[in-house]
Unconditional design. Structure first.
Lengths: 109, 117
């Protein structure tokens, strides 16, 4: 069965550093992959979509890579700020979006 | 961007009562609407997929008689938690999907927090 795993439940980093989150999937060949941000008590907010033929995508301080051979996506936040603290979810399409378990990022000042 | 609203944003009810949650796409017609449930510190769990004018498709383990979904129009879907019990307390999120060409984009509502006493 299809499975999506995000590397860790929580990640703590210092302000200004680069945060790197991992999303691995198995038994799946998605045409694209999405990353979302979710703040406590709120619905997810769409951040980035990367297609299977795109190796890398950037949006301001965000960078996403997509390696279909490794079946992995990496999500980077450069020059991280305390305001970046949130849970980040990767999601893969299908009949419906399937979400990974999420990684809770905490950026300390 | 597209906006999805949910009403109410939070509700407290007594055990045994029914609660209705509305999900509306405000400025677009949604191909499909989804209902998710989220427990504290856990990821979203898909409950059901809803298409306008047809019966919802429920995920395994979700009681269709417990969680009634009505998709009356391309902009409105409702989730009714019938005879709610404390274990139904959760954060319920809807999303609406727009299909443009081969690109599918999903927009999420802000969520509804349900507390059953």
């Amino acid at each position: 069965s299809q499975k999506i795993e995000q590397n860790s439940e929580a990640l703590n980093i210092q302000e200004g550093k680069t945060a790197t989150l991992t999303c691995n999937y198995t038994n799946y060949s998605p045409a694209y992959l999405q990353w979302y941000r979710q703040d406590p008590g709120r619905g997810p907010v769409f951040l980035l979509l990367i297609r299977e033929n795109e190796k890398e995508k950037r949006k301001e301080r965000l960078k996403v890579t997509f390696d279909t051979t490794l079946k992995q996506s990496l999500f980077h936040i450069t020059a991280s700020q305390p305001a970046d603290s949130a849970t980040y979810l990767c999601a893969l399409p299908g009949n419906m979006l399937t979400f990974g378990g999420g990684t809770r990022l905490m950026v300390k000042p | 961007g597209a906006v999805v609203s949910q009403h109410p944003s939070w509700v407290i009810c007594k055990s045994g009562t029914s609660v209705k949650i509305e999900c509306r796409s405000l400025d677009f017609q949604a191909t499909t609407m989804f209902w998710y449930r989220q427990f504290p510190k856990q990821s979203l769990m898909l409950m059901a997929t809803s298409n306008e004018g047809s019966k919802a498709t429920y995920e395994q383990g979700v009681e269709k008689d417990k969680f009634l979904i009505n998709h009356a129009s391309l902009t409105l879907s409702t989730l009714t938690v019938t005879s709610a019990h404390p274990e139904d307390s959760s954060f319920y999120i809807c999303s609406a999907t727009v299909l443009a060409g081969f690109r599918e984009t999903q927009y999420f509502g802000p969520g509804t927090r349900l507390l059953v006493l």
